[in-house]
Design a protein around this ligand. Structure first.
Ligand SMILES: *Cc1c(COP(=O)(O)O)cnc(C)c1O
Length: 423
């Protein structure tokens, strides 16, 4: 009987959407303008509408939409003047784009270890990594935690460094009254399929600084800038040549912006549901011996969950690795790899990180395989062995489904207990 119930177990899928995204998309077809580099057809572009809506959402002055989160990071770094010979401090535990974006502007990513209870960059270790070549810090708000932004901003001010928040996983989080991405000089977002706000691919950079904004506008549109709609006539180009800084084409299409305008309407309610379920899980899982819930800084007012992370004491669980723990839970909960997996490997151990394979990079930043692989950043390295991540869609389940997760953890913990008494 119990297995019959389990066979019916369904977990939410991702992405989700409603009619407004479709209505907006149809509007783009009708408008006959599919890109901001297309000519003016009488109404404001979806891209500009999204830029305005997303700036408002984050309570900042400016937003520059891009083709993706990696592109947003590249224009952010270039806007800050980061380039050849410079160093940028990044956490060792993150999606590799944080580090490869630095390489893509010809600068060296300097990897710094993370805090064990947030998996975000450890401010204490930032200061030791600063040299006279350091130009910027890129903190990442990873999975379901925010980085300690007060400490990071304090250090950046002391050493006169730019802070570019990688908020690719944190649309809507609030730290002490400010949105994630609105605390540093620039905030970068990804709208790739897995992210909590998505159009399949997409990104954006936000800022309050008009100079950084003007540079980012040009950096993403082949050195052109948008002029506002008032004096435009049918057939005019809305992008005008500026040429203050060498750009490339990282422009978001009208179709992507149309979808995002629809998706943005869903974000706050989805975030609230995810957060309520995550906090409930925190409470329930904290009661299970050997499990360690993640830390939430007191200044975090709202937390967006790109993933729900929970750590476990490996010694208590007979030294099992996270992948084995995940497999037990997947069987119990009838989940796929999509819903439940260990964290990323750290950058320097990741198979996907291989800059030495491209001739375009300066050998001084690409280094060689042995340089990267021999770096020792112990907290980042142990994450993939002792942590379990649930996809954020799981947090959109009903409470009785969330209770099944709690029961599954109890069951696996008991299995381990009895395994131990048998020894
Ligand atoms: C997804 C992600 C990126 C890259 O975004 P893309 O849109 O895939 O280019 C960068 N940083 C982090 C932390 C991410 O999760």
């Amino acid at each position: 009987m119990k297995s019959a119930v389990k066979n019916e177990l369904k977990w939410p899928e991702w992405p989700q959407f409603e009619q407004s995204a479709i209505t907006n998309l149809l509007q783009v077809f009708e408008n006959k303008r599919w890109a901001i580099s297309g000519y003016w057809t009488g109404q404001e572009s979806m891209e500009q509408k999204f830029a305005q809506a997303f700036a408002e959402y984050n309570q900042v002055k400016y937003c520059v939409p891009t083709t993706g989160g990696s592109a947003a990071l590249v224009i952010a770094l270039e806007a800050c003047g980061v380039g050849h010979g410079d160093e940028v401090i990044v956490p060792a535990l993150t999606w590799l784009a944080t580090a490869t974006s630095v390489l893509n502007v010809n600068a060296l990513p300097v990897l710094v270890d993370v805090e064990p209870d947030t998996y975000c960059i450890d401010p204490i270790k930032i200061e030791a990594a600063i040299t006279d070549k350091t130009k910027a810090i890129i903190p990442v708000h990873l999975y379901g935690c925010m980085a300690n932004m007060d400490e990071i901003m304090r250090i950046a001010e002391k050493y006169n460094l730019y802070v570019i928040e990688d908020s690719a996983q944190s649309h809507g989080s609030v730290w002490n009254g400010k949105k994630a991405g609105a605390i540093g000089h620039i905030g970068c977002f990804s709208m790739q399929q897995g992210k909590v706000l998505t159009s399949g691919e997409g990104g954006a950079a936000i800022t309050n600084d008009p100079v950084l904004f003007a540079r980012m506008e040009q950096l993403r549109a082949d050195s052109r800038m948008i002029v506002s709609g008032h004096n435009l006539h049918y057939g005019d180009m809305q992008l005008v040549a500026k040429g203050e800084v060498q750009g490339k084409n990282f422009c978001m299409s009208e179709f992507h912006a149309a979808i995002l305008l629809g998706q943005l309407e869903l974000l706050d309610s989805q975030n609230a549901l995810r957060e309520a379920n995550a906090r409930y899980l925190d409470k329930q899982l904290a009661k299970i011996p050997g499990l360690k819930i993640m830390k939430r800084y007191e200044l975090v007012e709202k937390q967006t969950y790109y993933g729900y992370a929970v750590r476990f004491d490996r010694a208590y669980y007979n030294d099992i690795e996270a992948e084995v723990f995940c497999e037990k839970l997947r069987n119990e909960l009838m989940m796929g790899n999509f819903s439940l997996h260990p964290p990323y490997p750290p950058i320097h151990k990741s198979k996907l990180f291989c800059p030495w394979t491209l001739k375009r990079f300066d050998p001084a930043i690409a280094k060689d395989e042995s340089y990267w692989r021999s770096l020792e950043l112990p907290v980042s390295q142990s994450a993939e062995l002792e942590c379990i991540i649930f996809h954020h869609a799981v947090l959109l389940s009903s409470r009785d489904h969330i209770d099944l997760i709690v029961s599954a953890f109890h069951k696996v913990a008991q299995e381990v207990e009895s395994g131990r008494s048998a020894i």
